[in-house]
Each structure stands twice: as structure tokens, then as C-alpha cells.
Write a protein that binds this ligand. Structure first.
Ligand code: AMP
Length: 186
């Protein structure tokens, strides 16, 4: 299976998050999965790619021309695809991947993850959307999703599209058992 990983282009302040990204990349490769990601070499993005590469995995990086020109692309990955726009990038990421994992990150990560969830909501695809709430990083975002459900803006069924794992072990368990490309939604 191919997993698309969204995560910070920054390393964050806590070095554990870089370590988690590296371990996630390694686990994907060791379980025979391919990594699809944004193609960057910095922060958690670079770490997840480096982890997969070091374990002999195939990595597909998809980067818009504009970012490639700023030399943020990872030159060590097997398959770097330069596309015309952010929209093309996200469409290709979704097309190539059987599921999505959001590791800690910032606005870019939030936006990419929420778009994947929205596409399930709209019936564009039915691919699993895993939110890796490592060390409670996403507690406020999960609380916001629950707030949206209670306020009637997110239906209970759509709230279930967000599949939260709360530890690295739980994330690795998903990665090691998941060979299907889609989950059965309620
Ligand atoms: P952020 O969480 O704001 O750091 O954004 C990270 C997400 O946005 C990644 O999953 C990428 O797809 C995209 N992105 C943001 N900045 C970069 C960058 N410098 N290089 C490549 N992709 C980036």
C-alpha cells in the first residue's frame, strides 16, 4: 500500500517529533509500504523520507515548481515529481495514495489533512485518514472537531472519518496491519 504522510516542514521544538517521523518512515518501508509526501527535505518531512530511504523503501515526493525552485526538495528520494501548483500536488498525492497520515505539523499539515477528510465527506474517496496525535500535539484540534460535532456543523458519521491514534505504537500498529486501501465507513 502507499501511504501519504502530511507533516511539518519544520522540526518543531521537541526533538521527539523528528524521531517519531523517522520511525514512521522506517516502519512504512519495513512493512512494504511506499511513502508519498510533499517532497521536502526539511523538518519532519525530511525525517520521514530519510527514515523510509534508510530502510530501503520507495519514496515518492510531489513538490510544486515554486517550492522546488526554492531548493527545498529532497534530492535523495527515488521519485521526485515536480508539478505546476499546490492543487495539482494534492490531487496527485490523493490519487497515488491508499491512505493518509498526519504527523505533527503546522498550517500546511492541517490544511492537507482536513482536505483529505473533506474529500471523504464529499464521497470523492473513502481512504483512511489517520491523525497521529503524538504526545497530545493534536488534542486542541481533536477538541475542535468534537466542538464542531456538538455544535451541529460536523455530523456524527463525518466526525468518525477522523481516525485518531494517540501513540507511536498505535500508529505503527495501523501501518503494520493495513494492507487494504480503504476503510469501511459507518
Ligand atoms: P507545515 O505543516 O505548515 O510545515 O506544512 C507542511 C505541509 O505543507 C507538508 O505536508 C507539505 O506538503 C507542505 N509544505 C509546506 N512547506 C513545505 C516545504 N518547504 N517543502 C515542501 N512541502 C511543504
Amino acid at each position: 500500500m502507499r501511504w501519504c504522510v502530511f507533516c511539518g516542514s519544520s522540526p518543531g521544538n521537541d526533538p521527539r517529533f523528528v524521531e517519531y517521523a523517522t520511525v514512521t518512515g522506517t516502519a512504512l518501508a519495513e512493512n512494504g509500504h511506499e511513502l508519498v509526501y510533499g517532497g521536502g527535505r526539511t523538518g519532519l518531512m525530511g525525517a520521514v523520507a530519510d527514515g523510509a530511504i534508510a530502510a530501503g523503501g520507495r519514496v515518492i515526493g510531489i513538490i510544486p515548481q515554486q517550492l522546488d525552485e526554492r531548493e527545498v526538495a529532497h534530492r535523495g528520494i527515488s521519485d521526485l515529481r515536480v508539478v505546476g501548483s499546490m492543487h495539482e500536488r494534492k490531487a496527485l498525492m490523493a490519487e497515488l495514495s491508499g491512505g493518509f497520515i498526519a504527523l505533527p505539523g503546522g498550517f500546511g499539515t492541517f490544511e492537507e489533512y482536513c482536505e483529505a477528510v473533506t474529500w471523504v465527506q464529499l464521497g470523492i474517496h473513502r481512504k483512511p485518514c489517520i491523525l497521529a496525535n503524538l504526545d497530545g500535539y493534536y488534542d486542541p484540534l481533536v477538541a475542535q472537531f468534537d466542538h464542531g460535532r456538538k455544535a451541529g456543523f460536523i455530523s456524527p458519521a463525518n466526525r468518525e472519518i477522523v481516525q485518531v491514534v494517540t501513540s507511536l505504537d498505535a500508529l505503527l500498529a495501523v501501518v503494520s496491519r493495513n494492507t487494504t486501501t480503504e476503510r469501511i465507513l459507518p
